[in-house]
Design a protein around this ligand. Sequence first.
Ligand SMILES: [Zn+2]
Length: 296
Amino acid sequence: MPSQWSALNALTVDVEDYYQVEAFAGVVRREDWPNWESRVERNTKLLLEMFARHSVRGTFFTLGYVAEQHPQLIREVAESGHEIACHSYYHRLVYSQTPDEFRQDLRNAKHRLEDLIGATVIGYRAPSYSITSQSLWALDILIEEGFSYDSSIFPVHHDRYGMPDAERFPHVLHRPTGEIVEFPPSTVRIGGTNLPISGGGYFRLYPYPLFRLGWQKINRTEAESAIFFLHPWEVDPDQPIVPGTRLNIWRHRVNLSQTQRKLERLLKDFAFAPVREILAKRNLGLQTREMALAAN
Ligand SMILES: [Zn+2]
């Protein structure tokens, strides 16, 4: 149920398993993925149930690998009215790949997802928001490979990602190969600095009223849409502990047991839609056929 303010916000899920995250990439190699207990199906279904209860639809940025291992799950997500978008195939950081490697992984993931759901995939989010000033070439490849929007450029300072001076709200990026819409993860501007207020660990860490205040500022004061992101493993406090540095384990596990309760409140307090529907409704100067279809 939409709340007292009318701005539509994007609800997004990065569909991956707890042992596939970048923080543990040094511990769990890709070849070892099959040896870990997969919990992505159970956790994604939990989110689907919660979203259905609140009558909200969102965008699921899905790993090609997850689609390969759990095709029925991804079909179910699409059949429930959610948008399927791309989160790469193997969750490699963009800036750790060559442009050719990035393109091949992207193509494999897009084809896998499109074959599965029988629809065009137009949205992309990089693993760990790894489109930074050193990997902007990825935007050109996204355009060439048929993507209409990206949600990977985080306008904050962070040890693994971020472009602190990037724009904070949806806008069109003009690149040598064409144009693409960027929907940056949400921030609030305080004292000349952008603070992340988009989801994931930040959502688990901040007290909910503080998170809500930040979003009210975006929706009301700035009259803009916010974007929320979450991983299926964030509603699973019983997931196995992956060994890693103390900082990484803390970041991964902080307040996992509170996510569901906070998410229930967020879904009640704000209005949500899939990314491509929000972009279709806004006049950003780039309207692809898929966006026009989504607006209807
Ligand atoms: Zn991810």
